[in-house]
Design a binder for this molecule. Structure first.
Ligand code: SF4
Length: 744
C-alpha cells in the first residue's frame, strides 16, 4: 500500500539505551506494521540500526502468550529439562544452531513454508509442545486470585523477606514505578530489582559515591564538542549502533578517539589510539594513565582545589602504577600508555564513554571509580564536551532505575535507609516501608537456596534462566521456589519454572514513557492491541495490588507518571503532554520551551558537600584465572542483530535470518592450536558446564580469549559463566571466567 494509506504512529525503539525515535507505518487493513522509519530527534537524527528498522515483527509471532496459564498440580519437576540447556557433556544440540538455518532446514525455512507449523519450536527457543501440556488455561480472575493468594500466604507465613520481585528494563517508567511500589507497599520488602544488576549496577554504585548521581553527566551527542573521547569496555557498533555513528562522525570532524578494549571491534579501526588491554586489567591501565597525567602536570589544579576531595590519596595509589608496571599487567605498551595520558591530559575537553567491559567485573565499581577520577583530576566534567557516560544497555534501564526498581533506592535514588525520604513515600503511598536495603537480582537467586530465604517471586519481563550467571544454580533456585508468577509475552525459559504465567503486552501494544541513556524521556505510543486475552502490564500489576489490599485506581499511564514526577525531583516539570515527539532531557526547568539540560555538574556535584569524591583503587585479578585445564578466558556479550536472551529478536524473521547461529569467536592461533577451523563445531567447557557451538575464527579476538554471545538457548553462554559478584554494585563477572575449547 502507498505510504499515504498507512497509519503513522510515532514511538521509540525498544532495544538499546540509545532510544531512537521512529515511526511505525501500519496497514490497518491487515492489522500489521508495514515498515518502520527513523524520526528526527536530537539523539538519533532519523537514524536506525537493523534492530530498530526490522526487529518489530516478533510482536505478531503466533508464539505470543494469549491466555493465562496455571501449572497442573502434577507437573514436576519444573524448568527446562531438555539437553540443550542442561549443559551436559553429551549435549550436542548447539550443532544445529538456531535450527540449522544456514543449511536451509531451520526456523526461517519452516516459518515461510508452513504457517501452521509456527507454534513448533524454532531451533533454540522453548518447545511449546513440550512445555504447554504442563499447564492449563485459566481465566484472568482465577489466575490473578491465585497469584494474590499465594504471595499473601507466603508473606503471612514466612515474612516480608520471603517475597521478591524482578522487574525489567523493557518496562516503561510507569510499569517500573508501579511494580516496585507493589513490592514495597504491598509486601513490605525492598527485595525488588531488575537487569540493571547485570548491566551497569557497578557504574551506578561508583557514580553515586563519586558524583552523587547515577545518570550520565552528558549526552553522547555532546561528543561533537569534545576534543578527545575515551571509549572503553564497549563495542558501540554492535551495542549502541546509532550512538556509534555520532562517535564516528565526530572523529571525521577532528575529535580524537582513544579506544580501550580487549576486543578489537570495528571501533578500533576508527580510533586514533587503540589499547588492547588484557581482560580485567582496567584499574591498572587507568591508574597508569593517571600516574602519567599527574607526573606531566596535566591535571586541572584549580578544579581539583575547588571541586574534588581525596586527591592526595589518589596520588599515593597511582604512584604504584608507573607505565612499565602497568604494561606488564595490561599488555599495553608503556609508551602507548604515556601517549594516551598526554593526549587526554592536554585536551581542553574530553568525555569518557564506557560499556559493560568496564562494569561486568568483580572489580566493576573500581573500574568506574578510575574513570570518574581521571575525568575529575583533569577538570573534564561540567562543561560542553566533557563528562562521564556509561552507555546504558536497554532502552529503559535508566528509567527503570530512576523509577525505583532497585533494592537500595526509592524512586529518584532516595535511599530506603534515609528516614526523611522514606517518610515522604510512606505518606504518599499510605503504607509502612522497610528501612533496610533489599536483595539484588544476584543475591535473590542465592537467597532462594538458603533456609529462611526468598520463597515467592513475581517475575515481570525478565528471563534470568538465560541472563544470569551460572544458570545451573539459577535452575536450582527457580525450581525450589514455593511460588513463581511470570508475566511475559512469550513462554520464556524462566516461564518453564512458573506456577502461573500471565500473558502481557509488547511495547507496541501500550503507551508509556521510556528514558534513554542520555536522560531523554520519550513517549512510546500504542500501535496495536495485545493479542487474544493478553493485557497491558500496568493494569495487571494494579489488579494484583488491589487483590492484596492496596487501594489503587489509576486510570492511565499518564496518571501514574504524574504521581512519579511529584515524588521525583529530577523529573520535575515533565508530563506526558509536554514530552512532545522528541522527548525531553531531565532535569528540565521549562519543558514547554526547552529540550532540557545536556551537561550536569557545571557548578557542583550532586554529593552532600558538592564535591567529587575520588575513591582510589588497586588492581585485583579476576576471581577465576586460566590454568592448565581451562587455559582460555571467556568474555560474553551481545551481537548487533540480537537482544539479550533472544526472546524477541530470535522471533524476528529478518534478525534471526541474518544471525541464526551460536558461535564462539576465537583468535586464529587458539583455534589452530586446537585443530579447529572456521565453521567447525566445538565443545566449550568451564567448571560449571559445557556447550557445543560453531567456531568463528576472528582476528578481533585477543590470543587466549574467546567471545560468546548470550542470546542462544541451545548454546547458553551462562552455563559457563561464574556467579562471583562485585562487592559494591553486586554485578556478576560476565566478562571473565576460565574455559577450554575442544574439537568434537
Ligand atoms: Fe534501536 Fe538502539 Fe538500534 Fe537505535 S541504535 S535503532 S535504539 S537498537
Amino acid at each position: 500500500r502507498p505510504r499515504e494509506e498507512l497509519d503513522a504512529v510515532d514511538s521509540v525503539c525498544p532495544y538499546c539505551g540509545v532510544g531512537c525515535a521512529l515511526t511505525y507505518y501500519v496497514d490497518r487493513s491487515r492489522g500489521a506494521i508495514a515498515f518502520a522509519e527513523g524520526r528526527d530527534q536530537p539523539g538519533s537524527k532519523s537514524r536506525l540500526c537493523v534492530k530498530g528498522r526490522y526487529g518489530w515483527d516478533y510482536a505478531a509471532s503466533p508464539q505470543r502468550l494469549t491466555v493465562p496459564l496455571i501449572r497442573k498440580e502434577s507437573s514436576y519437576p519444573k524448568g527446562p529439562l531438555s539437553a540443550d540447556v542442561r549443559g551436559d557433556e553429551d549435549n550436542d544440540r548447539g550443532r544445529a544452531g538456531a535450527g540449522g538455518n544456514r543449511s536451509g532446514g531451520g526456523r526461517s525455512a519452516k516459518l515461510s513454508k508452513n504457517g501452521k507449523d509456527r507454534r513448533r519450536k524454532p531451533g533454540g527457543l522453548v518447545d511449546y509442545d513440550e512445555v504447554l501440556p504442563h499447564f492449563r488455561e485459566a481465566t484472568w480472575e482465577e489466575a490473578l486470585d491465585l497469584v494474590a493468594r499465594r504471595l499473601r500466604e507466603i508473606h503471612a507465613e514466612q515474612g516480608a523477606g520471603a517475597i521478591a520481585g524482578f522487574g525489567s528494563a523493557k518496562c516503561s517508567n510507569e510499569e517500573a514505578y508501579l511494580f516496585q511500589k507493589l513490592i514495597r507497599a504491598g509486601f513490605g520488602t525492598n527485595n525488588v530489582d531488575h537487569c540493571t544488576r547485570l548491566c551497569h549496577a557497578s557504574s551506578v554504585a561508583a557514580l553515586f559515591e563519586g558524583v552523587g548521581s547515577g545518570a550520565v553527566s552528558t549526552t553522547y551527542g555532546d561528543v561533537a564538542n569534545a576534543e578527545v573521547v575515551i571509549i572503553t569496555g564497549s563495542n558501540p557498533t554492535a551495542n549502541h549502533p546509532v550512538a556509534s555513528s555520532f562517535f564516528k562522525q565526530a572523529r571525521r570532524r577532528g575529535t580524537k578517539i582513544i579506544y580501550v578494549d580487549p576486543r578489537a571491534s570495528t571501533v578500533a579501526e576508527h580510533a586514533d589510539y587503540y589499547c588492547q588491554v588484557k581482560p580485567g586489567t582496567d584499574v591498572a591501565f587507568y591508574n597508569a594513565v593517571m600516574h602519567e597525567v599527574i607526573r606531566l602536570g596535566l591535571i586541572d589544579r584549580e578544579f581539583i582545589k575547588a571541586r574534588v576531595s581525596n586527591f592526595e590519596e589518589l596520588v599515593r595509589t597511582v604512584n604504584d602504577y608507573p607505565p612499565e608496571r602497568a604494561a606488564q599487567i595490561t599488555g599495553v605498551d608503556a609508551d602507548l600508555i604515556r601517549t594516551v595520558a598526554r593526549v587526554w591530559g592536554e585536551a581542553k575537553a574530553g568525555v569518557i564513554y564506557w560499556g559493560m567491559g568496564i562494569s561486568q567485573h568483580t572489580t566493576g565499581t573500581d573500574n568506574a571509580r578510575c574513570l570518574i577520577a581521571l575525568c575529575s583530576i583533569t577538570g573534564n566534567v561540567g562543561r560542553p564536551g566533557t563528562g562521564l557516560h556509561p552507555l546504558r544497555g536497554q532502552n529503559n534501564v535508566q528509567g527503570a532505575s530512576d523509577a525505583g526498581l532497585i533494592p537500595m533506592f526509592l524512586p529518584d535514588y532516595q535511599g530506603v535507609d534515609r528516614e526523611a525520604a522514606r517518610r515522604r513515600f510512606e505518606e504518599a503511598w499510605g503504607a509502612e516501608l522497610d528501612p533496610n536495603r533489599g536483595l539484588t537480582v544476584t543475591e535473590i537467586i542465592g537467597s532462594v537456596l538458603k533456609p529462611g530465604g526468598v520463597r515467592g517471586m513475581y517475575m515481570l519481563g525478565e528471563n534470568p534462566f538465560l541472563s544470569d550467571p551460572n544458570i545451573n544454580k539459577v535452575r536450582k533456585a527457580l525450581s525450589q521456589l514455593d511460588f513463581l508468577v511470570v508475566q511475559d509475552i512469550f513462554l520464556t525459559e524462566t516461564a518453564e519454572f512458573a506456577d502461573v504465567i500471565l500473558p502481557a503486552s509488547s511495547y507496541l501494544e501500550k503507551e508509556g514513557s521510556y528514558t534513554n541513556t542520555d536522560r531523554r524521556v520519550q513517549l512510546g505510543r500504542k500501535v496495536m492491541d495485545p493479542p487474544g486475552q493478553a493485557r497491558v502490564d500496568w493494569e495487571i500489576i494494579q489488579d494484583i495490588a488491589q487483590r492484596i489490599g492496596l487501594e489503587w485506581s489509576y486510570s492511565s499511564p499518564s496518571e501514574v507518571f504524574d504521581e512519579m514526577v511529584a515524588l521525583m525531583p529530577s523529573y520535575a516539570n515533565l508530563r506526558h503532554a509536554n514530552l512532545g515527539l522528541t522527548g525531553k532531557l531531565y532535569p528540565n526547568e521549562d519543558p514547554e520551551h526547552s529540550d532540557g539540560t545536556v551537561v550536569l555538574f557545571d557548578e557542583r556535584f550532586n554529593t552532600d558537600d558538592g564535591l567529587a569524591h575520588l575513591v582510589p583503587a588497586h588492581w585485583l585479578p579476576a576471581k577465576e584465572l586460566p590454568d592448565a585445564e581451562y587455559p582460555l578466558v571467556l568474555n560474553t556479550g551481545r551481537l548487533l542483530e540480537h537482544w539479550h536472551t533472544g526472546s524477541m529478536t530470535r522471533r524476528s524473521f529478518a534478525l534471526d535470518a541474518i544471525s541464526p547461529i551460536a558461535e564462539v569467536y576465537m583468535h586464529p592461533k587458539d583455534a589452530a592450536d586446537r585443530g579447529l577451523s572456521h565453521g567447525q563445531m566445538a565443545r566449550v567447557r568451564s567448571r560449571r558446564g559445557a556447550i557445543t557451538l560453531q567456531v568463528r575464527v576472528s582476528h578481533r579476538e585477543q590470543l587466549g580469549n574467546c567471545f560468546i554471545p548470550f542470546h542462544f538457548r541451545e548454546a547458553a553462554a551462562n552455563l559457563l559463566t561464574i556467579d562471583e559478584i562485585d562487592p559494591y554494585g553486586k554485578i556478576p563477572e560476565f566478562k571473565f571466567c576460565a574455559i577450554q575449547v575442544e574439537a568434537l
